[in-house]
Design a protein around this ligand. Structure first.
Ligand SMILES: [Zn+2]
Length: 301
């Protein structure tokens, strides 16, 4: 049996192809890195290979299973995307606990045509800690026919308990440069949600908010100076007798963070800007931003 369509020159794809050829593809995997499209197309290739009926080449692209899987209508293949929680006012699309429960319920329904049932969770980094704990319960006692494929910009957002139950594959390769000018509103919205996340009770909020910079170094470059403005604004609020305004990011930060933390954040942002101008790796810079901001958020007043 030969797995075709995988780029054998790339270590990760080679590992995946070998596992498929040996019939030993794990029942729960996490694919991290690369672009959302790369992750998704790899997941589709894996899915088609797992379901293909051909004895020699998988995915053959011609059998019933391949046609249905690649056409997006195989009943035993479920692709999930983050979505809005109708029970809350938040506009964010994510995997919330009730959604994870829906995914669990459909994962437990016996497959209709194949021997296995495959659930692909796209953008799985949009799972907060609570949702991850709900998902962990599925991983702890999965139905034996289930295969779970998590796609994520990074594995760093996942709880160690999740990571210990999945096989992680890392895609290398950098994002293509996005040269379009970034509108100020977009940069401002990104800067505001990341800085507000510093004041949030859970550290996952920072990682989640910083997800907008994934593959978009230009947006990060444009947002960093605005973050600096917000931190400086917060320092100003802290030293003025101004009435705090709950809707203003500066006021929110001023009420939550110490003066020292705010000063450090201004420095952090400058360091990150410099790194980006020196062409630092984008993923590493985003990770660094999350780490720096997380340490500032632990200095709450
Ligand atoms: Zn096939």
């Amino acid at each position: 049996m030969e797995a075709v369509g995988f780029d054998r020159n790339k270590h990760t794809e080679e590992q995946i192809a070998l596992a498929l050829e040996a019939g030993r593809f794990p029942h729960a995997v996490l694919i991290e890195g690369g672009s959302p499209d790369e992750r998704r197309s790899l997941a589709l290739k894996i899915t088609a290979s797992l379901l293909c009926e051909d004895d020699e080449k998988i995915p053959c692209g011609q059998c019933h299973s391949c046609l249905k899987t690649l056409g997006g209508f195989h009943p035993d293949v479920l692709f999930y995307e983050p979505k809005r929680n109708p029970k809350t006012s938040t506009k964010n699309e994510l995997y919330y606990v009730d959604y994870i429960r829906e995914i669990r319920d459909s994962s437990f329904v016996i497959p209709m045509e194949a021997d296995i049932k495959i659930a692909v969770l796209c953008e799985a980094q949009m799972m907060n800690e609570q949702a991850q704990n709900a998902f962990l319960k599925i991983l702890e006692e999965p139905p034996e026919f289930a295969v779970f494929i998590l796609l994520s910009s990074t594995k760093s957002v996942f709880l160690p308990t999740i990571l210990s139950r999945v096989m992680t594959y890392t895609l290398s390769g950098e994002a293509s440069d996005n040269n379009e000018a970034i509108p100020r509103e977009a940069a401002y919205a990104a800067a505001e949600s990341v800085t507000e996340a510093i004041a949030a009770p859970s550290h996952f909020e920072i990682v989640r908010a910083a997800g907008v910079f994934d593959k978009n170094g230009d947006l990060l470059k444009a947002a960093l100076p605005i973050m600096a403005e917000i931190f400086v604004g917060a320092l100003r609020v802290k030293y003025s007798a101004k009435e705090a305004d709950d809707a203003d990011p500066c006021s929110i930060l001023a009420s939550k963070l110490s003066r020292r933390a705010l000063l450090k954040l201004v420095d952090d942002v400058n360091i990150l800007s410099e790194a980006l101008n020196m062409n630092a790796n984008l993923n590493l810079t985003i990770t660094r931003l999350c780490t720096l901001f997380r340490s500032a958020s632990s200095e709450q007043e």
